[in-house]
Ligand binder design. Sequence first.
Ligand code: GLP
Length: 233
Amino acid sequence: MKVEIYKDKNEGGQAAFNIIKDGIENGAKVLGLATGSTPVTLYNAMTSSDLDFSNLTSVNLDEYVGLPATNDQSYHYFMQEHLFNKKPFKKSYVPDGEAADIEAAAKDYDRIIDENPIDIQILGIGRNGHIGFNEPGSPFDGPTHKVSLTQSTIDANARFFENESDVPRYAISMGIGSIMKSKNILLIAYGEDKADAIKATIEGPVTTDVPASILQKHNNVTFILDEAAASKL
Ligand code: GLP
């Protein structure tokens, strides 16, 4: 487990970009991508670079259930805006939160992950230690599945919506089992409100109460933190 601490999210984003660039130069073909505010500086570094992603595949972690791709809070929309419009990939997968049968869509997504093994997975982290939308209590070997969001996650994400009641209550998320199959994992966290989750993830026991703590068992993880997120280590 490598822990790298940077002054701020701009330096962190550049560091994450350098790892991805090296990975691609060394043959990485599939990137696992994340949403939320955290990866934005990384995506900015990617879009302003001269790297070409048109031979790569991307597989996103999660999506809200019930938000159409045209909704500006959907993760489909987020990815178009922040990355894909400027840097198209050969093929980009995002879970289908609008599927009539979410369970079937989840099974399909695991087949996609099996066919496109992830070389480098980007992760953010929730204040309660969630990764993707795998909330505390999620099994460490879980597949892609439908998730009931916790109130803590709904509250944290309410800032992006007009009203708290507009925040979707369900999501479809890659499971922790699917995430752990990635060859390399980059977990990025910035800001003081992530400091407790980061301390529990890196220094606490491996427990489903803190989903990200399972990363202690992965053999190729790098944490990219700013000083505030690292302040309790
Ligand atoms: C959401 C996403 C996570 C993300 C988390 C943190 O819950 N599903 O993948 O890591 O938010 O978001 P932020 O980076 O905005 O703090």
